[in-house]
Design a binder for this molecule. Structure first.
Ligand code: GLY
Length: 387
């Protein structure tokens, strides 16, 4: 699908509110029936500015036409495509590329070396959702999540059942989703964990040892530049709204790098990795899934926006809730007593306001936005600055 949708040029032609308002003003002045013109006003004002908001990796890789993911999604919604098809096209770019080791094909595998993927989607106007968890063999799980939404009355298929469903729907099933790079990094990680294991082979190590030591080793590898720090819990979430105010979103991931086999994170769980309410807005996440799952932050953020909060304030509210919980667990703190992990949210509301918020930010933590001005990276608001 990406190949098919990526061939067109980025279309900046857009709904021009000022022109339409000017036309409306002229009509009203010419009319001898002022009340008729007044009655037209609400319809004119009910137009929305198209908007796409995503994780930073939605504005990194490019298609053959030179468009990034958020630019593809923006072009599609301004050309009249379904908003969820547009956000899915955005996420397909990193899913299908081995350059991004945090999602889809070439994502960092679990402790057994298997790439297992999670994804979900929500369609605001249709009030429908779909997801897959622990799926193997499919390069772009976001496409299977769409099929779950469109062809079943279920919200989440997992494991072998999800793979069988994907095959049934015509998705190609690969024997192995590792790329050369992801498998090389896995072998390096495994050897380093084994070296910490008192001469036990990897098969002899307890899973809780692998989980704890494996996490430390992954962070050490990130510090040494062997893996991208963003890809330890890396993921992509993309949310968008079209000129009719229709809001959709999706989230897709290969989950935590080198996770305990069987682990599923926040990404496929409605309310955690993603939540969309067509009357309010959308929020989705990347980062430490466990802490997001504990608070169902995407749902929380949308509910705070329903109460009138700005997307940034709603996102910071959720992060502070997470911070309060995590503070009681020394395993989550650095030597300064600060929260050590990252968790990010990408948020937009029906008014066209948006935000990207992170537990740990700084000038190098970005999210991606595409408006009539084109795609851009913006610095995230955060609770802590990165060292
Ligand atoms: N947020 C992705 C994960 O923790 O699986």
């Amino acid at each position: 699908m990406t190949e098919k949708t990526n061939t067109k040029k980025f279309n900046t032609k857009k709904f021009n509110r000022r022109e339409i308002l000017a036309t409306a003003g002229a009509v009203a002045a010419a009319s001898t029936v002022a009340t008729k013109a007044m009655a037209q006003a609400p319809a004119i004002m009910s137009s929305y500015k198209p908007l796409v908001v995503s994780a930073h990796n939605g504005h990194r890789l490019k298609n053959e036409a030179g468009e990034t993911g958020v630019e593809i999604a923006y072009r599609m919604i301004t050309e009249g495509a379904d908003v969820l098809d547009a956000t899915t096209a955005c996420t397909n770019l990193p899913e299908l590329s081995t350059e991004d080791t945090s999602v889809g094909y070439g994502g960092l595998p679990d402790a057994n070396g298997d790439v297992t993927l999670d994804a979900c989607c929500m369609h605001g106007p249709r009030k429908k959702a779909g997801g897959v968890a622990y799926i193997q063999g499919v390069k772009a799980p976001s496409m299977v999540a769409l099929d779950v939404m469109n062809h079943t009355n279920h919200h989440l298929l997992a494991g072998q059942g999800a793979t069988d469903f994907a095959r049934d729907k015509g998705h190609k099933i690969e024997g192995d989703l590792n790329s050369e790079v992801s498998f090389k990094r896995y072998l390096e990680w495994k050897a380093r964990v084994e070296a910490e294991g008192d001469n036990r082979t990897f098969a002899e190590l307890d899973l809780d040892f692998i989980e704890k030591k494996g996490f430390e080793v992954a962070y050490q590898m990130a510090k040494e530049g062997r893996i991208d720090i963003e890809h330890i819990h890396g993921t992509i979430n993309c949310n968008a709204m079209n000129s009719k105010g229709e809001i959709c979103g999706n989230t897709t991931t290969s989950g935590r790098a080198f996770k305990v086999p069987g682990r599923v994170g926040d990404s496929p769980i409605l309310g955690a990795g993603l939540y969309v309410d067509n009357e309010v807005g959308a929020a989705g996440s990347t980062g430490l899934g466990e802490m997001n799952l504990y608070h169902l932050c995407s749902f929380l953020i949308v509910e705070k926006m329903r109460d009138g909060m700005h997307p940034k304030d709603a996102g910071m509210y959720a992060l502070n809730r997470v911070k309060t919980t995590a503070m009681s667990n020394p395993g989550y703190l650095n030597d300064k007593g600060e929260i050590a992990f990252n968790l990010q949210f990408y948020i937009l509301d029906k008014k066209g306001r948006y935000a990207g918020v992170a537990m740990r930010g700084g000038t190098e933590r970005y999210y991606a936005v595409c408006t009539e001005n084109g795609g851009e990276h913006l610095v995230m608001d955060s609770i802590y600055m990165n060292e």
